[in-house]
Design a protein around this ligand. Sequence first.
Ligand code: AMP
Ligand code: MG
Length: 383
Amino acid sequence: MKTEVIVIDRKALRPQDGEAGYPELDRQLAGAARILRDGGLVAFPTETVYGLGADGLNAGAAEKIYAAKGRPSDNPLILHISSREEIFPLVEEVPETAGILMEKFWPGPLTMIFRKSGIVPYQATGGLDTVAVRMPDDIVANRLIALAGVPVAAPSANLSGRPSPTTAAHVLQDMDGRIEMILDGGPVGIGVESTIVDVTGRIPVLLRPGAITLEMLSEAVGQVDIDPAILGPLTADVRPKAPGMKYRHYAPKAELVLVEERGGAASGRAGSGQAPVGNAVISRIRELAGEKIKEGHVVGIICTDETRDCYPEGIVRSVGRRGDEETIARSLFAVLRQFDDIGAEYIYSESFARDNLGRAIMNRLTKAAGYHIIYCGDQERRP
Ligand code: AMP
Ligand code: MG
């Protein structure tokens, strides 16, 4: 299959004076919408990561997503809609808390789990009686879904097990020849996948942390529980609520190890933002990297702008500014992919605070590391 790449010029997309809607964008998206209606696959930008879209009400089309990604068939998809009303045919009911969250955070990076209606095929839900629904904020995603006229089932547009794509080039790397079209809308804004909340029970449960943080959710609806799978690995025999949690996700090819200061920078204080990283972490990473470099291995180090100069050896990549977590979320997956391209064999990474957006960052990092974390004890801090 030949994969067509269409570059969307975002600057040309603003509605002109006196014009209703986005006629120029709609013209650019007409072919992509037709592919979706005809049961084909189109990768498209959203504000979180690039999605791999198919008609979510067409069982055969949804199955193609699993084949293209090499994704296990019990790992469900998220249905993407373009306006709030489109949720009603897809779900049995919209619980009150869900209504509040929809009002506050849609369109945006929040996915909610509902009991599914009869029209949603099990091929889109990994066989579950629940369905995940999100209304993306990105205008390209929004218009594409509206023009397709169907809910668009879309997981991240990467091969299963690889880091999620945050640029169209990442999508092409994984999907060239496997899907009909890629819409290149430039780099995404957020960089980690949507927050997932199960709203089917009395108390909402956070299944995957993202840019809509636990703190923001609690402020809106009170108590929100955290699924245990967010905190650590699951055993093979449980059927997890968010099946993505079961698989080693977001994984680079290298062996990735996180280095964390116990009771230090990475545990953070609620609302305090990112504390500076400790000297103990830096010297431990230097020591671990040094050993592998001496053995002749290709070694990567993940740090931040604040500590970039602390590592004299190895291939050093900053993921952003510790003082601005959004920069870290935005480039984390791209940095993991760069290390794949370079052929890194070992990667040592600094850790981050586990509250606010840091919860999402650390969730992706610890999963990419297969939960391999080395703790060190020094309480000393660097500015
Ligand atoms: P992705 O963002 O590509 O990892 O794909 C969507 C993710 O949404 C899956 O891996 C699941 O974690 C989650 N998900 C989708 N549908 C459901 C559902 N019905 N129940 C729980 N989690 C879901
Ligand atoms: Mg994914």
